[in-house]
Write a protein that binds this ligand. Structure first.
Ligand code: FES
Length: 300
């Protein structure tokens, strides 16, 4: 089936290096305004376990689509105006969640993202003008501005879909791990080959792992306590073994070297975003001097 011309145009955005200065400026501004912390985590969607922006988008788009339906039916001017206004109000926090995610994307994603933002801004401006016109009694011009806003927000929505489903923004990079790691225990090699106190890389088939030898205690018979997580950061795939360890709220964590997501070593939970999906954690044991791992939740 032939592709729509819009699809080819959007594909070209990823190679449009001329968008980088604009994207970089927006990204820097957002990072300056929203340093990492609980508010920024909430805007990313950390408490939800996935990005909050797609959820937020349904409010303005739903209001505007509903207003467009009412606009083609007689006698709904007042309700349509209310929906247009509701959409404009909802667009503000929605944009905030979007730019927060945008600020932590890679270069190619940001090229699409900055055009997506511009489309959303133009659509919101058109709808704001539509609401103003309707408020002043210009329902005819208000409807035209609304239809123009709907067309532009459709382009913005298309770009948002491209960003998520083609470019992988906001998706969990470890979702297929349970299929990649066979059930049971797997050897990673001699346990004493993992030096104590710093994350090391390891390979289990095609899966990259981060191994942390936390030292030996009497209770483990001197074999050592190990923590093993998927090495591929759930955000955009950064190598966690290259990150650093830190204590956050009394919990030992690893910080991703790419965008600073903080994961609990013990549970893999996200302590700070931009990642929203936890890191898969492996069970560990030492048998015959060899470190063995089994994916938590998998059958023995
Ligand atoms: S890749 Fe972005 S925080 Fe790890």
């Amino acid at each position: 089936m032939p592709r729509l011309p819009l699809v080819s145009t959007v594909d070209k955005l990823e190679g449009a290096a001329w968008l980088d200065p604009a994207a970089g400026t927006v990204s820097r501004l957002v990072k300056k305004m929203l340093p990492s912390g609980n508010v920024t985590d909430a805007l990313h969607g950390v408490p939800l376990g996935h990005p909050v922006h797609p959820l937020m988008v349904t409010v303005p788009l739903g209001a505007w689509v509903s207003a467009a339906v009412l606009d083609v039916l007689p006698g709904n001017n007042r309700t349509a105006r209310t929906l247009v206004g509701l959409g404009v109000l909802a667009a503000m926090p929605t944009a905030l969640t979007g730019v927060t995610d945008f600020s932590q994307l890679d270069t190619l994603q940001q090229r699409t993202g900055v055009v997506h933002q511009a489309s959303a801004a133009v659509a919101t401006a058109l709808y704001a003008a539509s609401w103003l016109a309707r408020t002043r009694g210009g329902h005819g011009s208000g409807k035209l501005l609304g239809f123009a806003g709907l067309a532009v927000s459709g382009i913005g929505g298309f770009l948002g879909g491209h960003l998520s489903y083609r470019q992988g923004a906001g998706v969990n990079r470890n979702d297929d791990l349970p299929e990649e790691v066979p059930a049971g225990w797997h050897s990673l090699g001699p346990a004493d080959e993992f030096p104590t106190g710093r994350p090391r890389p390891a390979q289990l088939g095609g899966v990259r792992l981060m191994v942390l030898h936390r030292g030996a205690t009497e209770s483990d018979g001197g074999t050592g306590v190990f923590s093993v997580l998927a090495d591929t950061c759930s955000h955009l795939g950064g190598p966690l073994h290259e990150g650093h360890l830190q204590d956050t709220r009394g919990e030992l964590c690893v910080v991703c070297p790419w965008h600073g997501s903080v994961f609990s070593i013990q549970s893999g939970e996200v302590v700070h975003g931009p990642a929203t999906a936890p890191q898969p954690v492996f069970r560990t044991r030492v048998r015959g001097g060899r470190l063995e791992v089994s994916l938590t939740g998998a059958e023995d």
